[in-house]
Design a protein around this ligand. Structure first.
Ligand code: GLV
Ligand code: MN
Ligand code: MN
Length: 397
């Protein structure tokens, strides 16, 4: 199969132009934003030019299909509120180049997918969550972003062109290529990572309600300060989670908002997200129990109300042995001695897709281990090596 690495890199740069931040190689392309929709339109046109049949499903996942039975390759093109140019985009454009090269040179049938809202503006891996039946479209429609926008309203911007959900048995398997997004391979000097499994995650939004009051006249002992309660909650979580964590366990208090957020007002409300990740479902459960216990302690000790939202999550997932071994063989052939097996601490659509078909992932290194940031980057030689390994594995399958 004759790949065209220049065309692949050129497409990656063109995709970056939709929502390019102007800082480093940053991208701002949240799911269902105007630039996200424009990027999906452009990708659909590239798929058409490659001779693939485009198909948009009701949640906004875009497919480029080659025939009735094919291997599926892809990822997502939405970004974090401040994202890099490769997170997701790399896997979609790699799938496009491999499907296109296969069509041009008589390779195997390969289809491409570009999942919607992988980055969780509304849920967690929302597009693949709905396609694989982890949540219903009706339930997804009721999810809100942090500004209170309903997913149902956001997706109506695209729904005019949408058709049915595709059956999973059209595809023999799914492979997702991605940047590692952590420091492992950058430090070890490996060029290719074959993913063994993907961590599980739990996440919820929390609201603390205290009593908004004057910052000069309210005695300390009488305050019901929502920020102090949040801070106390965070300290107790750090201590209690550390007691059950192993070195790979992580947790993040990632989105906090105070109201009214003014220097002379005792904060009346605090809203924030809490997320935790681990490879062991029992540990994820234990951490959830701790969260509920800490919330009860804060209500008791801080004289505030604490409301916990629904806890969403994805269970840990193992990758398929046959697909992994195709990736390993190709890696050993094209990057001898410069590849490794490794787990993924980041979440990926592959976690959901692994519930409905054989699924595997390969990683290329992230410079400095940086991702979900404007300065995320990977050496061109590593991007191309990943493309070649993926193409050879697809061919051998
Ligand atoms: C996906 O981007 C994640 O947060 O791991
Ligand atoms: Mn991603
Ligand atoms: Mn991401």
């Amino acid at each position: 199969m004759a790949l065209n690495p220049d065309r692949f890199l050129d497409d990656l740069h063109r995709l970056r132009s939709f929502g390019a931040s102007g800082v480093d190689k940053g991208v701002v392309r949240p799911a269902f934003s105007a630039v996200d929709i424009a990027a999906r339109r452009w990708l659909a046109s590239r798929m058409n030019e490659a001779g693939l049949k485009t198909h948009l499903d009701p949640i906004g996942n875009l497919f480029g299909l080659n025939g009735e039975k094919s291997l599926l390759i892809g990822s997502h093109s939405d970004s974090q509120p401040e994202g890099g140019w490769l997170d997701g985009a790399l896997g979609v454009v790699a799938g496009l180049e491999i499907a296109r090269a296969a069509k041009e040179t008589g390779g195997p049938p390969v289809s491409v997918v570009n999942f919607q809202d992988e980055e969780g503006r509304f849920g967690i891996l929302t597009g693949s969550d709905v396609w694989t039946g982890q949540i219903s479209l009706a339930k997804a429609d009721m999810l809100t972003d942090t500004d209170g926008v309903l997913l149902g309203a956001a997706r109506s911007r695209m729904s005019g062109r949408a058709r049915e959900f595709l059956p999973h048995d059209m595809f023999t398997g799914f492979i997702e290529m991605h940047i590692e997004q952590g420091p492992g391979m950058d430090v070890s000097g490996d060029q290719i990572g074959v993913v063994s499994d993907i961590v599980g995650i739990r996440e919820t939004r929390i609201k603390i309600t205290g009593r908004q009051n004057h910052a000069g006249t309210t005695p300390m002992a009488l305050r019901q300060d929502a920020f102090q309660a949040l801070s106390d909650f965070n300290q107790r979580i750090n201590q209690r989670f550390a007691e059950v964590a192993n070195p790979a366990t992580v947790w993040t208090l990632g989105h906090a908002e105070l109201s009214p957020n003014a220097s002379s007002v005792v904060p009346g409300t605090a809203r924030f997200s809490l997320q935790w990740r681990d490879g062991d479902p029992a540990r994820l459960d234990a951490m959830e129990t701790i969260m509920w216990e800490v919330a009860a302690e804060i209500i008791r000790d801080r004289n505030v109300k604490v409301q916990l939202g629904e806890v969403g999550g994805i269970e840990p997932s193992a990758m398929d042995p046959r697909l992994k071994s195709a990736l390993r063989d190709a890696a050993e052939d094209l990057a001898p001695g410069k590849w490794l097996d490794l787990p993924s601490g980041a979440l990926h659509d592959a976690a959901n897709v692994s519930r409905v078909m054989p699924t595997a992932m390969l990683f290329v290194p992230s410079i400095g281990g940086i991702s979900h940031a404007f300065d995320e980057d990977t050496k061109e030689a590593d991007l191309v090596k990943g493309l070649e390994v993926l193409a050879q594995a697809a061919f051998s399958l």
